[in-house]
Ligand binder design. Sequence first.
Ligand SMILES: C[S@@+](CC[C@H](N)C(=O)[O-])C[C@H]1O[C@@H](n2cnc3c(N)ncnc32)[C@H](O)[C@@H]1O
Length: 282
Amino acid sequence: MEIKEIVKEKYGQAALRATSGGSSCCGASARLENCSSVDPITSDLYDALQKEQIPEEAVLASLGCGNPTALAQLTAGETVLDLGSGGGIDVLLSARRVGPTGKAYGLDMTDEMLALARENQRKAGVENVEFLKGDIESIPLPDDSVDVIISNCVINLSADKAKVLREAFRVLKPGGRFAVSDVVVRGDVPEQVRRSMEMWVGCIAGALQDSEYIGKLAKAGFEDIDIEPTRVYSIEDARQFLTGEGIDVDAMARLVENKFMSAFIRAVKPTSKECCGPACCS
Ligand SMILES: C[S@@+](CC[C@H](N)C(=O)[O-])C[C@H]1O[C@@H](n2cnc3c(N)ncnc32)[C@H](O)[C@@H]1O
């Protein structure tokens, strides 16, 4: 509960910063001026063509660590759900991809983020979008109702990731795709980092090991699981997100260099078993 309340408070503040024209950044670098241009996790995720399609305010409010809409396969008419939709950037981009016969839902627990996202939707003039208030650990949508789940640097914030993945599995239709950007770790996270609440909020301390992520997805029922690194963080990047946390980055260089990465995580909810004959279908 404590983690959730802190996450809500921090992202509420980030939404208000974005609303007042400032840039919003993930965790540790949020205190830097113009952090979005220097933040190693959040900067330069979207190309010019994508930015042209949505209001500037939605781009400025981006707090992700990847670009799931660029990597996810989306088809006209499909229903997409973005877990932890923030200022709405990936929902608005997905809405364009699935077109007027499709629908893009954004789910977020933070009131200020929902207000910002709805304002960005109004500016974008898209109608096939709905922002829902709720928790990704208890998704307010029926079973088998979504074709594609996207998310951008949110699942690492949850204290119960297995529950989030079970919920994602439940709401996906059979054959539905999980296509998520997240920070993941190779090997162990140093204990000092793990203990920092600021770094949990900054998408670092709560990150799963790649093997744990695969295990939890498989346990939830997913198949065809794949983790593709999209950005591996160097010691200089690590310096940005660890500085100010009272951590001697150089002393623990070996423990952090190239261990944190943004990754694109895919998986599929299996379709029901093919009917193989009268006996097995009865
Ligand atoms: C790092 S930001 C990412 C926002 C957005 N995906 C983007 O790329 O800009 C995390 C967002 O997830 C939301 N969030 C975090 N934990 C959540 C939870 N358990 N349920 C719903 N929303 C959550 C926060 O309110 C915040 O808007």
